[in-house]
Design a protein. Structure first.
Length: 361
């Protein structure tokens, strides 16, 4: 366990390295920080920190840089401070960030637009890659299904999800339907998928469709065929919504970092970012955590992420959970990023709460 003095020296070394991206010497620490101890003592403590695996010397004659274990001790202290009532642990206030969220709250935008703009704000104030993942469509209930006639052979199916997202799909109907027939099909679909008040998994939609057809007593072949087509397209619409859950901003900010200039690292990480499902799998375990949590360097399960850190937290509750995450080099400014992630989840919790209240009203 780190003594208070070694922790102060480790924290100073990490802050210095975050600022300079260069190995930190004992001379720099003594000159820039007031430890109230001799330079010889600082050198001895650095030696112990290296022996214990918290720092490492990349070259014999250079200073030291933090290891993943060193960052872990540093980050755990920051996260613990989020929930501490001790003086000096209050969250810093960023007026620009607060104003950005206030403006977004007043924009009356649909939830998808809110999530995308949240990722932009998070990228702007963390200076890292920002990801906001919407709650899974398959775990949410639908608030409303509307069928809007475009012409005699095309209908727009509009799905309003309980959390405020709106999905739509243009459906081709082989035979023209009257407005009364269209309203009948709309009522049948709402009775089955909305009034039940249960989550709508795409994989279950086809079996629901068979039940609807059995209960509907629709005699007209054109309406029967249209109903089957609409159910299939609702299924496809929900699946497309699953694929569109990821809002990502800041790729350029991430790849501008000195650490990302290594060609092998850049190419590997670019491949990862091109695979949404892989990203979902990598971040899924964060949903089991309460509050802000971190994966640092080699703690990430994917080798492509061994040189980056992920700070993430879930928002929403129960089946309406989504995720906010920031990805950056292990040398990221953890204090700033943790504060930004916490602000983003606070904002989205309030936004989701408003959507729930409107739905209940």
């Amino acid at each position: 366990m780190l003594s208070d003095r070694r922790r102060r020296i480790l924290n100073a070394l990490i802050n210095e390295y975050i600022s300079t991206a260069a190995p930190v010497s004992s001379k720099a620490l003594v000159g820039n920080y007031d430890f109230n101890i001799s330079s010889a003592t600082v050198r001895n403590e650095l030696y112990v920190l290296e022996e214990d695996g918290y720092v490492i010397s990349p070259h014999v004659s250079s200073g030291r840089i933090p290891t993943d274990s060193g960052y872990r001790a540093f980050v755990d202290q920051l996260i613990d401070a989020l929930h501490s009532d001790e003086p000096g642990n209050e969250r810093s206030v960023n007026s620009g960030e607060a104003q950005a969220y206030a403006d977004l709250a007043n924009s009356a935008a649909e939830l998808d637009a809110v999530l995308h703009e949240t990722s932009r704000i998070l990228n702007r104030f963390s200076d890292c890659l920002a990801l906001v993942i919407a709650p899974r469509i398959s775990k949410l209930t639908l608030r409303q299904i509307s069928l809007v006639s475009m012409d005699s052979h095309h209908v727009i199916a509009v799905l309003v999800v309980k959390d405020g997202r709106v999905l739509n799909k243009v459906v081709e109907i082989k035979q023209a339907l009257t407005q009364d027939e269209l309203r009948t099909l709309e009522c049948l679909l709402n009775d089955e998928f909305v009034l039940r008040g249960e989550p709508n998994s795409p994989s279950l939609i086809p079996s629901h469709g068979e039940q609807i057809q059995k209960r509907a007593f629709i005699s007209d072949p054109a309406c029967q065929e249209a109903l089957i087509t609409l159910i299939d397209q609702i299924d496809e619409c929900l699946l497309e919504g699953e694929r569109d859950r990821l809002h990502i901003n800041g790729i350029e900010a991430l790849f501008s970092k000195p650490e990302m200039q290594k060609m092998s690292l850049s190419l590997g990480f670019a491949r990862l970012l091109d695979d949404d499902l892989r990203i979902f799998r990598l971040l899924d375990d964060f949903l089991a955590e309460d509050g802000v949590s971190a994966r640092i360097g080699h703690e990430n399960v994917d080798d492509e992420m061994s040189d980056v850190s992920v700070i993430a937290a879930k928002y929403g509750e129960d089946s309406h959970e989504g995720l906010v995450a920031v990805v950056g080099p292990t040398r990221m400014d953890y204090s700033k990023v943790i504060d930004s992630v916490e602000r983003a989840t606070d904002f989205l919790d309030k936004t989701m709460g408003i959507a729930e209240e409107e739905d209940e009203a």
